[in-house]
Design a protein around this ligand. Structure first.
Ligand SMILES: [Fe+2]
Ligand SMILES: [Fe+2]
Length: 251
């Protein structure tokens, strides 16, 4: 995965997605959250690979770790533009980092893999929506669009790999899948919304009312990026007894 060149980043307009503050901030929030999630996933998969039964997926697991590390590096570089705008990125991410640290410290390896498989399912759903959406052409820079598109393509493949590792190490029961996907989805929605709010508040002349108004109007425009019924259907598929990503029609 090729990081976006510094020259391409430095010449980006502030609202690089269709001149729209809300859509730009949503994509920037995704870019900020990606390395945080990937740090958790890399640690969980590395631990999972040391568990009995992981042998058959060892090689795929090792390339997964390299791929996620490359994503993190590319997004870290891109995210620096937010610091240049005076945004306190460390403070914005403090809550999600704390949560991830606690989960790594307190949860057993099997539970961390269940959460990772659910994260990858969610990532694959959003990635598919992104790749199918014609509005991604609104991203002003081809290099930035390529960053998100390449990441999305890789994410679709991760879903099956992490799911197989979870099964190979004795996990993947229905109850744990339901619990993990529900928890991960709630946490993702809460933290993404909070982060978008924090980024919107950093806009020049932002006021609580203006942020609220832009956020409310922007939520309707998100329908252009993802069809809610399709996202919901794919989300629910994970909860079907006997689910496996290899049997999904969108592979
Ligand atoms: Fe990734
Ligand atoms: Fe991934």
């Amino acid at each position: 995965m090729n990081p976006v060149r510094y020259e391409a980043i430095s010449t980006l307009p502030r609202h690089w997605c269709g001149d729209d503050a809300f859509e730009t901030r949503c994509l920037e929030a995704m870019s900020l959250l990606a390395p945080e999630m990937e740090r958790f996933l890399i640690a969980a998969v590395r631990t999972g690979l040391t568990c009995p039964g992981a042998g058959p997926v060892a090689a795929a697991g090792a390339s997964f770790v390299l791929e996620e590390a490359a994503h993190s590096q590319a997004h870290h570089r891109f995210n620096r533009r937010l610091e240049a705008q005076g945004i306190d990125v460390e403070a914005s991410l403090a809550a999600v980092r704390r949560l991830s640290r606690h989960a790594r410290r307190l949860l057993p390896a099997g539970a961390q893999l269940a959460i990772s498989a659910a994260c990858e399912h969610l990532s694959a759903i959003l990635s598919l929506a992104y790749l199918r959406s014609p509005v991604r052409a609104r991203i002003r820079s081809p290099e930035v669009e390529r960053l998100f598109a390449t990441h999305a393509q890789d994410e679709i493949g991760h879903r099956e790999l992490v799911f197989d590792l979870m099964l190979a190490t004795g996990g993947g029961g229905w109850v744990s899948r339901v619990f993990a996907l529900t928890t991960v989805s709630l946490v993702a929605v809460v933290h993404a919304a909070r982060l978008v709010g924090a980024l919107m508040s950093a806009e020049p002349e932002a006021s609580s009312y203006r942020v609220w108004r832009q956020r409310s109007a922007g939520l309707f425009r998100l329908g252009r990026w993802a069809s809610a019924p399709t996202v919901m259907l794919q989300w629910l598929m994970y909860l079907r007894p006997g689910f496996h990503p290899a049997r999904l029609p969108d592979r």
